[in-house]
Write a protein that binds this ligand. Sequence first.
Ligand code: HEM
Length: 505
Amino acid sequence: YTVLKSTLHSKPYPPGPPSLPILGVASIHPRTEFWKTYAEWGRKYGVNGLISFHILGRRMAVLNSAADAANLLTKRSAIYSDRPFPTMAGLLMRREKSIFYISYNERFKMYRKLMHRSFNPSAAQMYWETQEREARILVDNIIKFPESLVKHLRRNAASVIMQIAYGYPVTRNDDHFVVTAEEHMRIGEISQPQYRLEYSMAGAPGKWIVDSLPFLRFLPEWFPAAGFKSQARQWREEMYSQFVEPHTWVKQQMAAGTAVPSFTSELLRSSNGPPTDVEGEDLILWAAGGLYAAGADTTVSAATTFFFAMMMYPAIQNRAQAEVDAFLAAENRLPTLHDQAAFPYLGCVIKEVFRWAPATPIGLFHCTSQSDTYNRFSIPAKTTVIANIYAMMHDEDVYPDPFVFDPERFMGSSPQADPRECVFGFGRRVCAGQNLAETTLWIQICLSLLTVNISKAVDEHGKTIEPEVAFTTAIVSHVKPFSYQITPRSETAISLLRQTLQDVV
Ligand code: HEM
């Protein structure tokens, strides 16, 4: 059908790898780190990296260059700002109001307005105290229990997000709200049904026959082969209650006069926010509900990459530590988010963390709302459009020696392009929490550099264990588990840290 359509078209689709009728590239599509394959296909078959292909009839276009992403996703955002909407994980689970799935419509614009009001760089300063306090708790935990580094990073990200979204402090690893939010991410909030991804029970390809044969959705729930319908209903209800429970908690806190300022409480309270009638409240509930899935895992991925990179590049760790040590010596206090400008090298380290191993290598998929023509190619309506952020961040023309972790790229009189222009996505769907992500990471990284060293682990014969540089395949990709050693440093910084933590208690 697609082939026929292509031949009938006056303009061809962008070129792509060899493809079979019906199956498309399904048989040659890799299961892991397919962003590397997309980059390769872009070089082999593409026009400046632009390629397209289909999988089981669904047309996909991959943008391997930042220029194409800017030209289409940003400059033509009126056409390129929808999201693909899968049958099982989207339609049957009624996720059309989810910030990840919602089309580019009036309700979507309201979400973005609410998030912008609360998360723009100046408004987001209201969360700085929380981010700073949580970062101090994080570092204290890392010093005490270094073997659980990633667990601490997870708990920290969860706690920061839950406080931003609901003013809800997470004090235990088995916190009810966090456990259910994690479970629902696994079910499928940012699942992409074309792929086998970690967080995609609802979106796993081939798992739900209704994704291939959408008309089956009309079967009644009791029909023998329609088990997917009751599963969808159960997940839909569970995921909805995951949004309702913390929202209701905020309302109880507000009624009792004990609510701390948060995204939800400020909007429920604000006179110039949306009217808090049933409809307005539903908007706030769905906007806040997406924050955990969007912000927790991504932040953990970037923070873990930071520790991994510092372990792999000790000279860079030393140089970043020299900068934070000089601040401590001059000021005799711990840095806060107000001090960001005093750490130029640290700023470059963070940019390089974003570039070297982008947390979302293929971003979140966009979808065209109408057909378009780009250069001499046709991009039909309902094409899934993938920005290959990984490829853009490893483009040798933009970043020479792209696999080397080198913050100096961003220094001097002709710095290389700022990765933040790409790693947070594009156009009207660009990450709504970019500033929050950057500040959370900044304070975590700054305090970690001051207080701990990370180095490669040593085996029982005293031999250094060389870690593999390997990443998981998922919408949010993580460096694979690695051995390391963490040791405390700077007694002055640690005693200042413990002092401030006591003040908090
Ligand atoms: C290192 C951390 C993060 C990275 C790398 C990241 C990256 C991204 C990317 C690539 C997208 C998709 C953009 C597109 O479709 O073009 C996105 C969307 C989004 N992000 Fe982030 N993000 C991070 C942290 C956060 C945080 C902390 C929050 C909120 C507190 C957040 C909230 C969102 C939301 C709500 C969306 C959906 C926007 C939409 O569909 O309109 N993100 N993010």
